[in-house]
Design a binder for this molecule. Sequence first.
Ligand SMILES: *Cc1c(COP(=O)(O)O)cnc(C)c1O
Length: 356
Amino acid sequence: MSRFSVRRLAAMKPYIPGEQPQDRKYIKLNTNECPYPPSPRVLEVINNNELSSLKLYPDPEAKVLREALAEYYGVKPSQVMVGNGSDEILAFFFMAFCDEEKKVAFPDITYGFYKVFAKLFGVDALQIPLREDFSIDVKDYIGIDRNIVIANPNAPTGLYLPLEDIERILRSNPDHLVLIDEAYIDFGGRSSIELLPKYDNLLICGTFSKSRALAGARLGYSIGTPEAIEDLNKIKFSFNPYNVNRLTLLAGKAAIEDREYFEDCRAKVIATREDTARRLKSLGFELTDSKANFLFARHPKLSGEECYLKLKEGGILVRYFDEPRTRDYVRITMGTPEEMKELMTYNNIDRCIEVQ
Ligand SMILES: *Cc1c(COP(=O)(O)O)cnc(C)c1O
């Protein structure tokens, strides 16, 4: 730390991204990226013409992309905003809707960035323990007088909360926003977007990083009432009006319009998840009922870190957690069927267990 930093900086605990190693080639099953490339239409629209237009600023309103998203999700363009990854949308949410007075709550085990942003923006965050089996007890969220953030499906557990439960939470907290982070919704479960006409305290965010294979393009979106979207835009235009670059605007539109490719990709990822879950169970792993593009698994003979280290030796990266309730687990992103075969070979998962 330098001698110039503000006091707040010392207290900050930044988010630790999953490894993106540049030294050797790994099978990357650690950051929930899509194992397949973006839609071929994305590759078509990023052409030399567009590259030369990088001399110009992008559309700060992201009009064309927002219209495409609105069409896809059956809402009005005024109900949509886009961000530099959904991480940026989450930051805007904290800036627009949370302060000393308007506090926040989320599960104790969930996406790590919620805690980081709460600290960064000085917001009191109530971390509500999940049940022993990692499910959300809806009773804990009834009338709690706070904004609420729920990842659905949750990360890293993969567990999905049915919309009836989300409705109970929405109904009992009419004066607070409930943000549903749908980073993984395309891999199982129903989107809360259908509840928007009934609840003005509902806000949804999503990302192109997982199901649309654009993690490197950095694109997220939020859908809510026009009023809440206007609030988020006020933050965006006070912070970075050009938050989504020209190429990403084009890539996002092409990806959202190629429904066939999207359906094909997600069906493949879901099939891989179901197949891998069966195989891991037959090796003695215990799994949560993941509806995401990853599995959350533990083996009775192996800690999460041990499993991680053994697999890394074999050239496979997964994610483990250094937290009391999750240290027995690894989170395994679904790769291609070939990559998953590699994971399951004698040299890898099997050997992890035998070494014990
Ligand atoms: C990956 C992820 C995000 C962030 O996605 P980006 O759009 O890449 O910033 C947000 N929330 C959850 C739950 C995630 O898993």
